[in-house]
Design a protein around this ligand. Structure first.
Ligand SMILES: [Zn+2]
Length: 455
């Protein structure tokens, strides 16, 4: 008879997650960098460095593994093995994944974190409850203060999660646009913010455009709102052309098999010569029409150079509410659009508001949801999804120097992962975020299993 040993193991798992952002010029998170950038003497001394930041041995997305990356004056100046030279800040990436900063081209900073006190469930309930929420605000300053406080929370979440650029929809009130514009200026060293408005009344929006508060013209276009007949889409194109701005329109966010607005916008894009400058979001009705109708529309969309943003997680939550049994997934036909050559991105849409109570301002989280919802799970597919949160939205935002090549702007995330697929699946910690060549965020996640067994 074998004598059994009894081991008593007590396992306690602790997880600590800390995140810090600091202002790039005066209170950076890393001591070494703080010292280097704070004092006049050290600034003088820092000029003698070859580089501002030297990252050693990282797996650089699309460029190769175990490469060094040198950054100077906000730009990537070298990407190759064994870069020699001195740097103000040295980061040993040691096989960690290096990604360009995330770009979230469709969210709603004007609505984020609204708590109406009501339990909105459907899209139309959320619309109604949000409209009623605004009725409580009669005073301009009150609106501005409210938007600023709510939007700032989400901006900070995004910055901490490695998002370096967003296009946000702000509507209903000019005060809301002013509030987000002020945040855009405040956080300019951390995140680029493009503001899209859905106010198409030129008397209201014209002065804001003249002041430089608006980066993009938007609109809400739905067949049931007669958006073609009442001129909403035409007005958006008219304003965009007059002020030389891109267009980003919410289109056909419905379960009904009607894509008239989508088709109208495609035609309008070609007619006005705005190819490449028009983006549509949602287009969930494209999933509701028959396959042959969808195929023709997708072909036309590709020819028109229109960009499509899939609000995958939000539309999964909101759509198909009247379905029984098998409930439709909700988002647009991402696979068909991608295969036709359309630039497709995913984005957050609503973050913690009456439209969607979820969202952490985290593009890696949105990417993982997108991958599962659109059934993209192979390594190749996961790279495609990763591009939908990085390189594809860079085209939407009009960036020409985005990426990880020499000469690109140094907007970078270093993740505790080996690859894009690993980062998505593992929801990897964004260890360092670099914006315009400056370290802006450091995140740490510690997980320890404590074994207090004494044999
Ligand atoms: Zn939206």
């Amino acid at each position: 008879m074998r004598k059994l040993k009894l081991w008593i193991l007590m396992l306690i798992t602790t997880m600590i997650f800390t995140s810090t952002i600091g202002f790039a010029d005066n209170a950076l998170v890393m001591d070494s960098y703080q010292i280097a950038s704070n004092s006049q003497n050290n600034q003088q001394q820092s000029n003698s460095y070859d580089y501002d930041i030297l990252i050693k041995s990282g797996n650089v997305y699309k460029e190769g593994n175990k490469l060094d990356m040198a950054i100077k004056d906000g730009v990537i100046v070298a990407v190759k093995p064994n870069i020699k030279g001195s740097a103000k800040l040295n980061i040993n990436a040691d096989g960690k994944f290096i990604s360009p900063g995330y770009l979230d081209t469709h969210n709603h900073l004007g609505k984020t974190n609204i708590d109406t006190g009501k339990e909105s469930k459907t899209l139309m309930e959320a619309v109604k409850d949000t409209e009623e929420y605004w009725e409580n605000f009669k005073d301009s300053e009150q609106i501005k203060k409210d938007v600023k406080e709510r939007a700032e929370k989400t901006i900070i979440r995004m910055i901490k999660n490695g998002t370096t650029g967003i296009r946000t929809n702000v509507d209903l009130h000019i005060e809301a646009i002013e509030a987000v514009h002020e945040l855009k200026v405040k956080y300019k060293d951390y995140i680029d913010i493009q503001i899209a408005t859905h106010i198409t009344d030129e008397d209201i929006i014209g002065p804001a455009i003249e002041k430089g508060w608006i980066d993009c013209i938007g609109a809400y276009a739905q067949p049931e709102w007669n958006s073609i007949e009442n001129g909403t889409i035409d007005k958006a194109f008219e304003l965009a052309q007059k002020y030389n701005l891109p267009i980003d329109i919410h289109v056909d966010e419905s379960d009904e098999p009607n894509i008239d607005c989508f088709l109208y916008i495609i035609d309008k894009t070609i007619e006005t010569g705005m190819q490449g400058k028009v983006t549509v979001g949602h287009v969930t009705a494209l999933s509701a029409v028959d396959d042959d109708v969808a195929a023709k529309a997708i072909k036309k969309a590709a020819e028109s150079g229109i960009n499509v943003t899939s609000l995958t997680s939000c539309n999964m939550y909101l759509m198909g509410r009247s379905d029984t049994g098998i409930i439709r997934r909700g988002p647009t036909r991402v696979d068909g659009l991608l295969k036709a050559g359309v630039t497709v991105s995913y984005a957050s849409d609503n973050i913690r508001d009456p439209f969607r109570p979820f969202g952490n301002g985290d593009m890696l989280e949105e990417g993982l949801l997108t991958a599962q919802i659109i059934q993209y799970g192979t390594k190749t597919d996961l790279n495609t999804v990763y591009d939908m949160g990085t390189y594809n939205p860079a085209k939407v935002m009009g960036y020409t120097n985005y990426g990880l090549k020499v000469g690109d702007r140094a907007d970078i995330v270093i993740l505790d992962a080996e690859s894009a697929a690993d980062a998505l699946i593992g929801q990897a910690t964004k260890l360092y975020v670099i914006k315009n060549g400056k370290l802006t965020v450091k995140n740490e996640k510690k997980s320890t299993i404590l074994d207090i067994d004494s044999k």
